[in-house]
Design a protein around this ligand. Structure first.
Ligand code: ADP
Ligand code: MG
Length: 259
């Protein structure tokens, strides 16, 4: 290779947007010369680095856009605290694959403080790590966003844009109230994604109380039908983790004081 070629390389690699190759070609080139690699091996090694970096940049970007709450992973979830939930089952779901390909859903039910949001976020993070795109939002925020879109006559386009996410996490669906605002946009979202794109929903009310969410009984039935048709339902029926840890801390403090 001539000096002129080498001088042109940085600009060419930048034009082609190959930052990893741009950074590595000299060192790797020297190693290739030293170890007598052929041209194909050298080129393959460079491409491999570029592909790996591209993939980790993509994952970092998708993690950012997912707006997941910080620090909620499987690693710091105490599975023993929630009887009836199997870690292996959750981990298998988090790998995505079949259910997410078919646009199936995950529903997490249970009272406040039992770890529904934590689990939904952990599943979301694992999905992003495995190359999926996820968006976490409070259901009330999503409803507001969709209502604004409807006012601006761009609801269909907004729903289509949400298609880019393999899974939408709707946290606290039960906090949406039909008298709070018109929640039929929520129904439209559910209907739009049905059998195509997944929803991960947390809710502290059983289905029997969903008539408080949707404007009329027919819509409630239709929403429940679509959401449960292909769904894994996870019931977190245990005592609030928040309350339990608070009590435990208090006990420890009390013991400490006694000592
Ligand atoms: P929910 O959404 O069911 O109301 P959260 O997921 O917000 O409950 O949990 C409340 C708090 O307790 C969070 O800080 C969460 O990280 C923590 N938490 C809940 N369950 C567990 C658990 N089993 N292991 C570890 N932390 C937990
Ligand atoms: Mg929650």
């Amino acid at each position: 290779m001539t000096k002129a070629d080498a001088a042109k390389l940085p600009l060419m690699l930048m034009t082609l947007r190959l930052p990893a190759i741009s950074r590595l070609w000299q060192d790797l080139g020297e190693r290739a010369d030293r170890e007598g690699w052929g041209a194909a091996r050298f080129l393959a090694a460079l491409c491999e680095h570029e592909i790996l970096e591209r993939s980790s940049r993509r994952i970092a970007r998708h993690m950012d856009e997912a707006h997941l709450p910080d620090g909620k992973s499987f690693a710091n979830f105490d599975f023993a605290a929630v009887p009836g939930i199997r870690k292996a089952h959750l981990m298998a779901l988090a790998e995505g694959d079949a259910w997410i390909e078919g646009g199936a859903n995950i529903l997490l039910f249970g009272p406040s403080g039992v770890g529904k949001t934590h689990l939904a976020a952990a599943i979301g993070a694992a999905l992003v790590e495995s190359g999926r795109r996820v968006l976490f939002s409070r259901t009330t925020d999503m409803v507001q966003k969709l209502q604004a879109a409807r006012r601006d006559l761009i609801l269909p386009a907004t729903l289509t844009k949400l298609d880019r996410y393999d899974a939408l996490i709707l946290d606290d669906l039960g906090y949406v109230r039909k008298d709070q605002a018109e929640t039929s946009v929520l129904f439209e979202l559910i209907a739009e994604r049905y059998e195509r794109r997944s929803l991960i929903v947390t809710c502290n009310q059983p289905f029997s109380e969903w008539n408080q969410i949707f404007p009329d009984p027919a819509m409630t039935v239709a929403a429940i039908d679509r959401i449960v048709h292909h769904a894994t339902i996870i019931e977190c029926n245990t005592e609030s983790y928040r309350r339990r840890t608070a009590t435990k801390n208090q006990d420890t403090e009390n013991t400490t004081t006694k000592i």
